[in-house]
Design a protein around this ligand. Sequence first.
Ligand code: BLA
Length: 511
Amino acid sequence: SAAEAQVDLTTCDQEPIHIIGQVQSFGCLMAVSADWIIAHASANCAEVLGLDESDLAGRPVMDILSPQALHDLRTRMQMLRMQQSAVRVFGYDLRGDGQKFDVSIHQSGRLFVLEFERRAADARDVHDPGLVQALIGRVQRHGALDAMAKEAARGLKALSGYGRVMVYKFEEDGSGTVIAEARDSELEPFLGLRYPASDIPKQARALYVRNMLRIIPDVTAPVHPVLPETDPNGEPLDLSLAVTRAVSPIHMEYLRNMGVAASMSVSILRNGQLWGLFACHHPKPQYLSYEMRTSVELFAQLFNYELAQMEMADELGDIDRSRELHDSLMPQLSNGSNLFAAFEDLCSGIGEVIPFDGAAIYSDGQYKSTGSAPVEEEFLGLVRFLNTTPPAQVYSNSNLIKRYPATDGFADRVAGLLAIPVSRKPRDYFVLFRREVIKSVTWAGNPEKPAEPGPNGLRLTPRKSFEAWQEVARGHCQPWKQREQRTAEALRTTLIEVVLKLADENNAARK
Ligand code: BLA
């Protein structure tokens, strides 16, 4: 379609998905002014609400809803003024004819956006607080992230009925890893796979912080325009918080190419930032009522809370571990043994707090290395570069070749480093190295079976977006996390202490 053709795949971040101007088929949408006149309505309003016509703009809402419904919704909207988020009404008989609806109301600019989803008479997907409570109880029993995430994936699968539920965690560079998965046995596992940042572009992430859950019940279902397209001032309706908002055609194609018929994702937040997503897939169309989706959101919110507790305990554990590292290194090193003799212990100790692929020590003109590291000759060039970094602090770089082009000579072993100066003059270093991220993790996107090309070509499959990403990621290692840099800074203090002490002892011995 024209919309699809217009989307430039190289500028995913710029697609304005919040003003997409369309809704999905599972519900309809109306935007009304403060005096209850309809300003915009989606073209499927007649179908969903059971009206004679869909051309509703300019008409009073009174024409459509029963006086009782209008009164009830108004009461709810008074509440909305107070709480600044969407008001939800479940199983409400809108027109007094027995047909029930789930209703969402939120504010978009100066308009109120009302969305309606039909409730099947025999709907079984209703909120079950007992089930949510029991499922989150099982999550609470696990202290470690992986076990917690696995239990949460299981719980969400039980709650939602999706065939695959993944916990997708973002790395600092925006790429993401499937850290837990619950799936039907006939589906291939995605656990442990890494996906590039561009698969979920920036503006989508920003939106998912504000809007916790989105559902795509059927990736082949038609979408319906919101009319008129713009208001009398030429402004489109902002659909950021709309639950029925149509999804980027680019992403729909991605899902179809993955063999996914229905998708739901739920934000996992930490300190108000997007930590990850519950990503749910189903091989067949799958709709969950708004009421049930609210149950799912509640589950995710409770999980967020558990996560915060766990990570806090974990960070305290980090502090403990650097203290332990300090306490175990000090006696060994002070025992007259120098940094070279203690190199192996140093490496294994630090490896528990800062993962690395190679390490080296350079002191008094001597060099020793282990794992994926430069050879001595290569390092002698590198050390001159390190000498130009600010003194007396840890230096880290996850794309070394950009600042030190000679990295090219050992790029097969090293993409980034973290250097800890351990003396002042001459500058001696303890250095950790990391390889290119492409080599050190399992990237998704190289399944053997070829995907069917869509209108945007083969590009929109995990494999093709991975290939594109590879170009961008070449020469980068897994970024050094802030807490790893802090740990390294603490380690620098320990090492300096040791080196100074040894120097003192040597001086004393000479006297
Ligand atoms: C959105 N991409 C998404 C979403 C997910 C992913 C979870 C959220 C929407 C949803 O709930 O389905 C990606 N889904 C994944 C990944 C896994 C998964 C990585 O299950 C791994 C198991 N996508 C691309 C490229 C572009 C792109 C190259 O791969 C841009 C050209 C765009 N993805 C894109 C856009 C959205 C998106 C625009 C937002 C969709 C919307 O909310 O409108």
